[in-house]
Design a protein around this ligand. Structure first.
Ligand SMILES: [Zn+2]
Length: 343
């Protein structure tokens, strides 16, 4: 007789503790504030009934990029651990002070300048609070991942995007192993994005984890907040994307839902604006743009005179576009993707 042994252990992250077939939430303490208050990362854990991969997802690394937070909390609420293999660990609000201040970075936390959490990985145990959040997330959560997602998204200042960022290009020009690079593209495609941006910035959690482990890890720049009527749709498509990724990883049964569009892989270029003032545009993220085509203008807020036309510096697809009527100098209101391939 063969006995089936369920080898799934209890999964503990901070104060969250989920036995096999259960879910739990809690807090991973990172540091103390000067007033003695715990500074912690809220965590959600869904532990399946059988062994399998660990999927890790974070959101609100930038405090105003909250669609991932809404989607992860909904995913946690509705998830049935009895239907899972493996483990899901989520950090729906990685940067709590930035989230509470509704600011991109944590303005209250730091004395010397403000750290952008996205540039601080793998973090520093003895650094400023943002460094410690990066360190704790990296050590206690990200390193457990077999696949890692980091949700960003456009706030109220930018047009929505349906994009993923792969932090780099394949070897030999870039730093990513070709096999892992292909896995990242596949992961983004399975999630359902329309654009994949190849972009390497310093200190990203995705780049940090992939320098240690051969796993796919992407940022998702998914949705936007400029139209409140669409927020529910974006949240639903993030939940659908997470479900597809779990099917892809073999964590839940079922066929991957197709999304019916081609995905463009591109390298990112910014076009800077010289002047601040009033921004105006008639075009959209996702459209093609030709070199020298005008994507928008900056006008004088007092006289109405056009100060500057923002023209495409190359031909490609529009990846980023400023949406707010007011613009500061050198924001870079236009992002262009130079097309590498369609997948
Ligand atoms: Zn962000």
């Amino acid at each position: 007789m063969i006995f089936c042994v369920r080898a799934v252990l209890k999964i503990v992250v901070g104060t969250a503790s989920a036995a096999s077939g259960t879910k739990d939430y809690g807090f991973l303490e990172v540091s103390r504030s000067p007033a003695g208050m715990p500074i912690a990362i809220p965590v959600i854990v869904i532990n399946g009934v059988d062994t399998g991969p660990t999927l890790v997802a974070s959101a609100a690394m930038h405090g105003t990029e909250v669609l991932g937070t809404i989607a992860l909390s909904r995913f946690f609420r509705d998830a049935d651990p009895e239907q899972f293999k493996g483990t899901f660990i989520g950090a729906p609000i990685l940067n709590t002070w930035a989230f509470e201040a509704q600011h991109r970075v944590a303005t209250l936390q730091e004395y010397f300048g403000v750290g952008d959490l996205e540039q601080l990985f793998p973090g520093d145990e003895r650094g400023y609070i943002s460094d410690r959040i990066a360190y704790a997330y990296m050590n206690e959560i990200a390193r457990r991942a077999d696949c890692l997602l980091d949700f960003h998204g456009q706030d109220h200042l930018w047009q929505p995007t349906l994009a993923a960022i792969v932090p780099g290009t394949p070897m030999p020009e870039g730093s990513l192993k070709p096999k892992i690079y292909q896995k990242c593209l596949e992961l983004a495609k399975v999630f359902g994005v329309e654009q994949i941006w190849r972009y390497s910035g310093p200190g990203k959690v995705t780049a940090a984890i992939m320098s240690e482990k051969d796993i796919p890890a992407i940022n998702l720049e998914y949705g936007g907040l400029t139209d409140f009527r669409q927020i529910g749709q974006y949240v639903e498509s993030i939940v659908a994307g997470l479900t597809n990724v779990m099917k892809w990883l073999g964590m839940i049964e079922g066929l991957i839902e197709p999304h019916g569009h081609r995905t463009v892989v591109c390298d990112l270029y910014d076009v800077k604006n010289r002047f601040g003032g009033i921004w105006s545009t008639n075009t959209e993220v996702g459209r093609s743009i030709q070199k020298e085509e005008i994507a928008g203008t900056v006008s004088d807020p007092i006289t109405g005179v056009v100060l500057e036309e923002i023209r495409a510096s190359l031909s490609g697809v529009i990846t980023n576009l400023w949406a707010s009527p007011v613009i500061r100098p050198a924001v870079g209101p236009l992002g262009i993707g130079k097309v590498v391939e369609y997948i």
